[in-house]
Design a protein around this ligand. Structure first.
Ligand SMILES: NC(=O)c1ccc[n+]([C@@H]2O[C@H](COP(=O)([O-])OP(=O)(O)OC[C@H]3O[C@@H](n4cnc5c(N)ncnc54)[C@H](O)[C@@H]3O)[C@@H](O)[C@H]2O)c1
Length: 298
């Protein structure tokens, strides 16, 4: 069966869709929508003249398609996803689903109403390290889970989130959603339950104090290891109204207590999880696919 895929928000993360282009399996990228001409040129070069390229996602949705990848900035997800689902297309939608609860509800409702498949890109559930942690928990290696803690150190925070649309609440609703959505999802998944009560704090401790780029200059959100220390950096977004550090405490519906801490001005980058149960504790040392998971159970 031939599968024809369109990509909305074709630059940046949109190139994830390139993995889905498998002519040997009869799966093709046939269309791309993005306001940036250079991105559209890349699609033409890679997928040929028959690939429809357009600045307007509505034109892409007019094409003969079976599925779309939606990798546009967060504040556009609701509009793009609902338009695709209304056409009955299968949708891969990048996280976060939308930037408001109402937006998420509307996407879910549209998917159900049109019987269209929706897959939200919570890709951490598919990472080897976290699947292994989940497997150990499900095997009972720590007994009955009671606590989960996650500390998230983001060395690339200043580069990736404070130089373009991510830094504005109206576009991202904040990094606790934009970035933390991965870990809060994993916490819920490992715990087998969702949050019932939540308390959280956040502030902007570093980046709002630093020199900005002019509004007419294009932001460059590209990680550079030499950008250190944070206080010596410049060229940040003209508008920064999101937090660069957060602490969250959660009481889950199944009684498990969880914490999540996110910091965007660390020298290192790592997600460090610990899961404590009635018969042990496990913790990842490093977050690569082969990183060790330590287990204390006696
Ligand atoms: N799952 C993950 O690990 C992961 C990683 C990175 C990004 N993401 C998600 O992917 C999405 C994109 O993030 P990014 O970092 O690639 O951002 P980005 O700004 O680098 O790329 C977004 C792309 O969308 C395009 N775009 C902007 N307005 C558009 C419009 N009206 N119509 C069509 N395209 C438009 C931009 O030109 C750009 O090419 C975000 O929702 C982000 O949360 C997920």
């Amino acid at each position: 069966m031939t599968i024809r895929i369109g990509v909305i928000g074709a630059g940046g993360r949109g190139k994830l869709a390139w993995h889905a282009h498998r002519p040997e399996d009869d799966v093709y990228i046939v269309a791309a929508a993005d306001p940036r001409e250079e991105i559209l040129g890349e699609y033409r070069n890679r997928f040929g003249e028959s690939c429809l390229v357009t600045r307007d996602y509505r034109e892409l949705l007019e094409a003969e398609l079976d599925a779309v990848f939606i990798c546009s900035p967060d504040y556009l997800h609701e509009e793009h996803a609902c338009a695709a689902l209304e056409r009955g297309l299968s949708v891969y939608l990048e996280k976060p689903m939308a930037i408001t609860t109402e937006g998420c509800d509307r996407i879910l409702e549209t998917s159900r109403r049109h019987g269209a498949t929706l897959f939200v890109g919570h890709n951490m559930r598919y990472m080897r390290l976290f699947r292994k942690m989940k497997q150990l928990i499900d095997q009972g290696c720590v007994g009955e889970v009671k606590s989960i803690w996650c500390r998230h150190f983001i060395s690339y925070g200043g580069d990736a989130y404070f130089r373009d649309w991510h830094s504005e609440r109206r576009f991202s609703n904040g990094l606790l959603l934009q970035k933390g959505v991965h870990d809060i999802d994993v916490i819920h998944w490992l715990a087998g339950g969702y949050s019932r009560n939540v308390s959280a704090f956040g502030n902007n401790a570093v980046y709002h104090r630093l020199p900005r780029r002019r509004p007419e200059e294009r932001g460059c959100a590209r990680f550079d290891r030499s950008h250190w220390p944070p206080m010596a950096q410049k060229g940040f977004s003209p508008v920064i109204d999101v937090e660069d550090q957060n602490v969250v405490i959660m009481e889950l519906e199944n009684g498990i207590l969880a914490t999540y801490m996110q910091c965007h001005f660390t020298p290192d980058a790592c997600r460090n999880y610990t899961v404590i149960g009635t018969e042990g504790r496990l913790e990842n040392y490093g977050d690569g696919p082969e990183s060790p998971i330590m287990l204390w159970n006696q």
